[in-house]
Design a protein around this ligand. Structure first.
Ligand code: DX5
Ligand code: ZN
Length: 215
C-alpha cells in the first residue's frame, strides 16, 4: 500500500498558519491533518469550522479533519461546508445507529469517513463498525496534545487490525522516523505526525524519513 504522510497542524505556528501550510505542502505532505478538540472529549480546545474554512483557501491538499469531540454528528455539516475531505470520529464518542446514519450522510456528501479508537479502547469495540469505515485511525497517544511519546501497544493493535481489515489504517501520535518503521511494518499506511515534522529543520527530509522508514 502507498504510504501517505499527514502533517498535523497542531504543532504549527498558528500565528502564521498560511505560511506553515504552504511549507509542508511544498515539503511533500500527502494530506493535512487537522485536530479539532472541544474540551470535553479531550482536555484541550483547538479550532473549529471557521478556521478550517480559511485553511481550505490556503492549500490544495486534502483536509483530514480529526474530530476529538463529543456528539460529532452535530458538527459534521459545518466541517463539510468548511471544505473537509476526510472526517474522523471516535468510536468512544458515537456508536450504533448514529454512527450508521452519519456514515450514510457523509457518503452522500462525498466525504471519506474515518473511525478512530483511543489507546485504552479494545479493538473489539470497533469491529462491528469496520464495515462503515473508509479508514481506521489507531491512536498511539491519548488524544489531546501534540508532542507526547508513542504508546507501544499500538503496534500489536495495528497488526491485529490489519489481519481483518483491508482498508487504510492511519496512526496518530508520537510518530517519528523510528516509530514510523514499526507502525508501517505492522500494517499502517497513513502516518499523522505533528511535532516531528513541524519541529524539523528540514521538513522535506522529515516527511521522506517517515515515508521511507520501512524501506
Ligand atoms: C493528538 C492529535 C495528534 C497530534 C500528534 O491528540 O490527534 O494529531 O497532533 O502530534 P505528535 O505527532 O506531536 O504526537
Ligand atoms: Zn490527530
Amino acid at each position: 500500500m502507498k504510504i501517505k504522510v499527514a502533517p498535523s497542524l497542531l504543532s504549527a505556528d498558528f500565528g502564521c498558519l498560511a505560511e506553515e501550510i504552504k511549507k509542508v505542502e511544498k515539503a511533500g505532505a500527502d494530506l493535512l491533518h487537522i485536530d479539532v478538540m472541544d474540551g470535553h472529549f479531550v482536555p484541550n480546545i483547538t479550532i473549529g469550522p471557521a478556521v478550517v474554512k480559511y485553511i481550505r483557501k490556503c492549500t490544495k491538499l486534502p483536509l483530514d479533519v480529526h474530530l476529538m469531540i463529543k456528539n460529532p454528528q452535530k458538527y459534521t455539516d459545518a466541517f463539510v461546508k468548511a471544505g473537509s475531505d476526510m472526517l474522523t470520529v471516535h468510536i468512544e464518542a458515537i456508536s450504533g445507529l448514529k454512527l450508521k446514519n452519519l456514515r450514510s450522510k457523509l457518503k452522500a456528501q462525498g466525504i471519506k469517513f474515518g473511525i478512530s479508537l483511543n489507546p485504552s479502547t479494545a479493538l473489539g469495540r470497533i469491529k462491528p463498525a469496520l464495515k462503515y469505515a473508509d479508514f481506521v485511525l489507531v491512536m498511539s497517544v491519548n488524544p489531546g496534545f501534540g508532542g507526547q511519546s508513542f504508546i507501544p501497544s499500538a503496534i500489536g493493535k495495528i497488526k491485529e487490525l490489519r489481519a481483518l481489515y483491508k482498508g487504510d489504517i492511519a496512526v496518530d501520535g508520537g510518530i517519528n522516523n523510528l516509530t514510523a518503521r514499526s507502525v508501517i511494518n505492522a500494517g499502517a499506511n497513513i502516518l499523522d505526525a505533528g511535532s516531528y515534522i513541524f519541529g524539523a529543520k528540514d521538513q522535506k527530509k522529515a516527511i521522506e524519513r517517515i515515508r521511507n522508514a520501512a524501506k
